[in-house]
Design a protein. Sequence first.
Length: 281
Amino acid sequence: MAGIVNWEEIREIITPPRTLDVMKGKGGNTFDDDNLANMYDQMAKMEKSYTLNQVNAFETNENDTVLDVGCGPGRIAVPLAQRARTVTALDQSEKMLAHCIRNARAAGIKNLNPLLLDWKDAVLGKNLEQHDIVIASRSIGIYDIKKLSRFARKYVVIISWANAPYIPMILNELFAGVESVRTFPLMPIDRRIGYNISYNMVYDLGYDPNIKIVLDGFTKDFASREEAYADLWKLQGVTPEIPPVFKKNVDNFLSENNSGGITFRRETKSFVMWWVPGTSA
């Protein structure tokens, strides 16, 4: 179905150059880096309780086969493996996939199948089969809705930030003013060019998208502020002494908890969008 507005072209205009290169298969594997993979794994662990808001937004049962496109450290794949028959955890990064495997083992998961494969090289019926549910959470899969739909029998799910602070933005908040850490050049949040673009792209393909906005965030309990500083300082993989400006930034998100310790909490929002494949006009 041809749409009145070219949402795909609008998305390309607003997409940062680095992400656009990845979408088009250029620029190599930017996530196959120890520091970056470790950072995403650490953030995923702090997001664990909020991630349940996302996986609870759509139905999964013990008979479902699930494909997680760009699984990263298994943030979505691991909890879904506790609900579904099998989960194929696909990622092009060996470092990310190694974290996913370790996290699955730590959770006692035995029905997660890791697959080292670039999504752009996935060919239906050759190196990857259809699954009941296909999920792309903050991954390259989100940028090819047609392909996601071809691989799904039951429904397709995409998950990303809902016009709200996302990981690079939150890292910028924590590391602002720290000379030894490079912050990310980011575009400001603009509701006019948020998840409505993905919604309209799905709609114009003839599908009937469902969407739910859920509370998201990152949290962890610590025995003391100093313990919190030391742990969060590891997010960028840097080793120098922790500067006062970093501690001051972190203090904005610390509070005393009922156990006599300290809790770090930075909340945000995500959207979960899903649709039934094979129903387009």
